[in-house]
Design a protein around this ligand. Structure first.
Ligand SMILES: [Mg+2]
Length: 290
């Protein structure tokens, strides 16, 4: 077993790929791979993260996708020059490893109706930031946390007149997006296509919007992994494993990359596949820590 510097309890609970086992990696971005920053634009990946993602992508035979609330354009700018398979806007848009794009259709005029009302609300309240992601509208209140409750009431009143809108609550952000996509659906869509098909799904996330993804991989016998910090540690989650921060996740991912490379060298791209028995094993060996 590679020397992991995670705390000993986590090292025991968190599995690494068995020889020949084929994994598909799904990774949230903010709060998971990259520490949360004051604004989305201020977030920066650690320099070592990019080569690590490249190793993981190779080790998984391209079956790696970022699953984020950011748009694909924002993901690409954050990880440039890397351009990875990804689901953006919580699965609203998806890019396959071959570059093929899948995007949902927005209900006519929905965001155009909401945009001016949200802009007026935010501009009258210092500390609120409206982020227009194209396919969704996010109001960040990290710089004015005391405004969160009133903001949520306002957004709910707006949404009451718009049945096609879905309210997503994240870490100091409330987001309005057309219904029809979530992170679980995005992961399932990837798993229905090459090179993800037949692999064991792993999903790491940190937020309430990641719960759909945790539930999806749990149902498939995969590994659900939550990155928690002081802000989120007490929350309930259906993730079966927890790591304390992005640094611990990076160390675990280094172990995964190493194990995948060892497996590749010894087996010349393993052929064991995702055995159905793993579906039964997963809950027993994943006691979880909330
Ligand atoms: Mg996140």
């Amino acid at each position: 077993m590679p020397a992991l510097r995670v705390n000993p309890e986590m090292a025991q609970l968190l599995p690494l790929p068995e020889p020949g086992e084929r994994w598909a990696l799904f990774l949230d971005v903010d709060g998971t791979l990259v520490p949360i920053a004051a604004t989305p634009e201020a977030a920066r990946p650690e320099p070592a993260l990019l080569p690590l993602l490249e190793r993981l992508r190779r080790g998984c035979d391209e079956a790696l996708a970022l699953i984020s609330g950011r748009s694909l354009a924002s993901i690409d700018s954050l990880f440039a020059p890397l351009r990875l398979a990804a689901a953006g806007l919580h699965g609203w848009e998806r890019r396959r490893p071959d570059g093929g794009l899948v995007r949902q259709q927005e209900p006519t005029g929905l965001l155009a109706r909401l945009r001016p009302q949200l802009a007026a609300y935010a501009s009258a309240r210092p500390g609120l930031l409206l982020e227009d992601k194209g396919g969704s509208l996010a109001l960040h209140y990290r710089q004015a946390p005391e405004r969160g409750a009133a903001l949520l009431r306002f957004v709910r009143r707006l949404a009451a007149d718009e049945p096609e809108v879905h309210i997503l609550r994240g870490r100091k952000v409330v987001e309005l997006q057309p219904r029809g996509a979530d992170k679980g659906m995005a992961i399932e869509a990837f798993l229905g296509e090459a090179p993800f098909t037949g692999r064991r799904p792993i999903f790491a996330g940190d937020d309430t919007t990641d719960e759909d993804g945790f539930a999806a991989v749990n149902a498939l016998g995969g590994i659900s992994l939550r990155v928690a910090d002081a802000e989120t540690r007490g929350r309930s989650s259906c993730a079966r494993h927890t790591l304390a921060g992005t640094g611990e996740l990076h160390r675990w991912l280094c172990g995964v990359a190493q194990r995948l490379e060892e497996g590749d060298r010894s087996q010349h791209s393993g052929t064991a596949g995702f055995h159905p028995a793993l579906r039964q094993d997963a809950p027993q060996r994943s006691p979880g820590r909330r």
